[in-house]
Design a binder for this molecule. Sequence first.
Ligand SMILES: *[C@@H]1O[C@H](CO)[C@@H](O)[C@H](O)[C@H]1NC(C)=O
Ligand SMILES: *[C@@H]1O[C@H](CO)[C@@H](O)[C@H](O)[C@H]1NC(C)=O
Length: 229
Amino acid sequence: MHTDDFRRLFVGFVMVDTLVAMRWLERKWHVVVEKKLTEFEDEPFGEIVVHGGNDISDEAYSDGTEERMKLVTKVVFLLNIMKVGDRACLFASILVTVDIPEGITSIGYDSFVGCSSLKYITFPKSLTSIGKGCFAYCSSLVFVDLLHTNVQELGQCAFYNCTSLREMKVPDSLQAFGSNVFYNCSELVPSHIDVSEEYDSDLESVEESDEERVDVTSEVIAHLRSLQS
Ligand SMILES: *[C@@H]1O[C@H](CO)[C@@H](O)[C@H](O)[C@H]1NC(C)=O
Ligand SMILES: *[C@@H]1O[C@H](CO)[C@@H](O)[C@H](O)[C@H]1NC(C)=O
């Protein structure tokens, strides 16, 4: 049998990918592995981001986070977190694959904006909400499968200008989404459904135009469901 000392020594020689896989071993290993993984949090920006569920502020972005994000090739989520934080992977422009683990219920505001190489993303069953702007400008995203999730709502602009997005599977739980969710997603939503809405900083005119605006949510959801069957 292994002792705790042995476990701690051992994980010092293991690559992050292996550590992540090892989280599924028995509890004694789990404790040691989690602790080791948190050490990577001290240096969160390099090629790998170990994400602990925290939000990243606007200020952090202007302090150079944005430049460092451009080098990120992999993101690892710690166990026991329930949220992908706001702006967690904003502008990670060479990130290709993301695997969001089971247990996470929400993906925050602007989390993956501008991840222009992002192509493969898996979502957990536990997921219920996708935040505002979440996948905006993910121009390589072709296919999104939410069918097995419990997503109820897609935040405003969630897939804004995902110009390659061609297929999306949605669960029955999805009933609503904010404005401009599929703005310029012309491969996904046929041109007869107009999903573009103008932003207007003048609240009064927004209210006025609201009355004339046709809500296309149900039409788009019906369209997505028709592609599935
Ligand atoms: C949408 O993305 C395309 C590239 O995929 C880009 O040329 C275009 O400027 C973007 N549109 C907006 C409104 O940002
Ligand atoms: C929509 O995306 C296309 C690229 O597919 C881009 O050329 C065009 O500028 C975009 N339109 C708008 C209004 O953003």
